[in-house]
Design a protein around this ligand. Structure first.
Ligand SMILES: *Cc1c(COP(=O)(O)O)cnc(C)c1O
Length: 507
């Protein structure tokens, strides 16, 4: 017969796998953190290129065999050694000066070490009794950012997994607040009202795809999103918005949200926020600003004026894991009137009973679409306290300056054509296009250049399409990337381009 005691045979082995006051726990913690730090130092010291350049198949075949679950315990050192080649070295080195593809930033060291604190404390932001101090750190951080954005005192917000979730939340609150006032219907309780098929969301044709995705998740379908043409600077045309609204009235449609983008993913363009706020106000429509990218300009010294109008939004999306250098994930959703959070709060007896609220206990689950939630606010806290706003601001400004210099340089080169000579944010959109007539399709050519750069490990740049053509894209988020790095990358692009033109495109 198994007794209670001898059914717990491995108790001793547990000691070095959890944090505890005992010497063994503390020692194991120190040792493991040291080992990880050492291994990462080795890998980073050796990483000359932003990417090792292997093919997807090769990487997959290195990963697969090591994924077998092991039965017996193994030392951390052994496991770290075994993952060095297939995982660590095959990863994209996002902190490399020539990792310049997407809105994917090199994380700041304070953000990285904050991840260790976050994991160690493992607070859960849903209820106060799981995040006793963290709740207030997040609350105060939200307040400070709302002040920075010049939102009124009624404003509130919550940390999110990123722009996707923040955009979804903005449109969720917009939908439910509209259905409440227009139909006197509580969507949360009663579902969508009859006639919901008439609901419409307005955004520019260059808005992020998550506006459509949100519409789909909100039961409205992507058909509910009406896109507006953009001007030569890729900004939503306000006159077209007005015309669309007039037409919608004629057609008996119900526009309930205008989504402006403050920093589009490709061109970094900023919709005319004050004008769009005015139109929204006139028509009594919720004004959401997707500032996932551009919201970081709140901390810029030279460019913060560009986000003027943000303070007029009913709700705002800001990503800290883009222009503000935080490890993924770290996003923020802000709302001008905190009462709107009622549309998503749900009282669970075990987590956030009404009684808690009466007693003044703050349970952040009331403001989130998540339940268990990370203490991501700590990353930005540690960043802002250690760097200070002066240094953070100049980092952002320097990257915008680099984008300008790079665009200007490309403009002067014969073999390139550039789409945004005067970049609004950190992106440069261009293509290799030699003057002499070439027999290769320009789209195939630029796609091949991007591939080859990646597989030679020289630089990680992005490709995008504009007006049906393939373009290359730099997203210059790393303040350590220099103009001479950029000249090297451009030189490499030209070299590969010429080679392909002369030797034909490999497929
Ligand atoms: C990145 C981005 C999003 C999506 O945000 P995630 O953090 O990736 O979820 C939404 N809108 C814009 C403009 C973005 O740049």
């Amino acid at each position: 017969m198994i007794t209670l005691e001898n059914s717990r045979t491995n108790v001793d082995a547990y000691e070095s796998f959890f944090l505890h006051q005992g010497e063994e726990g503390i020692h194991a913690f120190r040792k493991q953190v040291e080992l990880v730090s050492q291994k990462l130092q080795e890998v980073i010291t050796e990483a000359d290129n932003p990417f090792i350049g292997k093919s997807p198949e090769d990487i997959k075949s290195e990963i697969q065999p090591m994924m077998e679950f092991t039965k017996e315990t193994q030392s951390l050192k052994e496991v770290l050694d075994s993952m060095e080649d297939p995982i660590l070295k095959n990863s994209l080195h996002i902190s490399h000066e020539k990792s310049i593809a997407h809105l994917h930033c090199p994380p700041l060291l304070p953000g990285i070490v904050a991840e260790l604190v976050i994991g160690t404390l493992n607070q859960s932001m849903d209820s106060w009794d799981q995040s006793t101090a963290a709740t207030y750190v997040e609350e105060e951080m939200v307040k400070k950012i709302a002040e920075k954005a010049h939102l009124p005192e009624t404003a509130d917000g919550v940390f999110t997994s990123g722009g996707t979730q923040s955009n979804y939340m903005g449109l969720l609150l917009a939908r439910d607040s509209f259905c409440h006032t227009y139909w006197d219907q509580r969507v949360q309780q009663d579902g969508l009202p009859e006639g919901f098929g008439r609901l419409r969301i307005i955004c520019s044709e260059e808005a992020h795809f998550t506006v459509k995705k949100s519409a789909a998740h909100l039961g409205l379908g992507e058909q509910a999103v009406v896109t507006i043409k953009t001007d030569a600077h890729h900004r939503m045309k306000v006159d077209d918005v007005k015309q669309t609204l007039a037409q919608m009235e004629t057609d008996n449609l119900l526009p309930f949200a205008i989504v402006a983008t403050c920093g589009t993913t490709d061109f970094g363009s900023i919709d005319p926020l004050p004008e769009l706020a005015e139109v929204s106000e006139e028509h009594n429509i919720w004004f959401h600003v997707d500032a996932a990218f551009g919201g970081g300009l709140l901390f810029s010294h030279s460019h913060c004026k560009k986000v003027n109008g943000l303070q007029l939004a009913d709700s705002i999306t800001i990503d800290f894991h883009k222009l503000l250098y935080q490890p993924i994930s770290c996003g923020l959703f802000l709302v001008k009137d905190q009462n709107n959070f009622h549309y998503l709060s749900h009282h669970a007896d075990y987590l956030n009973p009404v009684r808690d609220e009466e007693d003044g206990i703050v349970n952040l689950v009331n403001k989130s679409v998540q339940t268990t939630r990370r203490f991501d606010a700590l990353k930005f806290f540690l960043t802002i306290k250690t760097l200070g706003t002066n240094l953070l601001g100049s980092m952002i400004d320097d990257t915008l300056e680099l984008a300008k210099e790079t665009a200007n340089y490309l403009k002067g080169l014969e073999s390139f054509s550039i789409q945004n000579v005067d970049p609004e944010l950190n992106t440069v959109i261009f293509r290799f296009q030699p003057k002499a007539s070439i027999s290769i399709d320009g789209n195939d050519l630029n796609r091949s250049i991007q591939q080859q750069l990646l597989h030679e490990g020289k630089a990680v740049v992005a490709k995008t399409s504009f007006n049906g053509d393939t373009y290359l894209k730099f997203t210059l988020l790393n303040p350590r990337t220099t103009f001479s790095d950029m000249k090297e990358v451009i030189h490499d692009i030209e070299g590969i381009g010429n080679q392909l033109v002369n030797g034909g495109v490999k497929c």
